[in-house]
Design a protein around this ligand. Sequence first.
Ligand SMILES: [Zn+2]
Length: 138
Amino acid sequence: MAKTAGTAHDPNLDDMLRALARAAKSVPASGGVEIIAPFDPPPWPREQMMAMYRYLAAEAGLQKRCPDRRCRRTGQCQGGPERDGPDGCAELWDETQVHSLTTAFLALALGWACEAKRNEAMAAAFFSGEPAWPDAGR
Ligand SMILES: [Zn+2]
C-alpha cells in the first residue's frame, strides 16, 4: 500500500530529515548570525544550498567514489557550490542529479524570494502607517 509522503510518522521522511541534518551538520558555520536591518531581504540561503548539495550527493552515494579522500573517509560529501578549492564530487553528478539539485536550489530560492517579498510588504505597511494585516483585530 502506498504511503503518503510528508506525514509526521512517515519513516521515509524521518530518514530523509536525518540524512539532511547530517548533511547540514557538515556545512561549516558561517561564523555567526548575520545582522540585517529590519525589513531587509533575508540572507541568501547559501548554507542551505550547501547542505542540499551534500544531501543529494550522499543520497546518490557520490562520496563513496569521490576523488576527494575526505568524502570517502567521512562518508559525507564535503563539496558544495561555493566551497573553496576543487570540488571532487562535482564531476560525479549526472544529468538527473544536476536536475534534482537545480530544482532543490530553485525551491530554496523561491522560499527566499517569498520571505523577501513578505519583508518588503511589512516595510511598506510599517512606513505607510497602515496595518500590515487589515483584517487583524476583528
Ligand atoms: Zn566529494
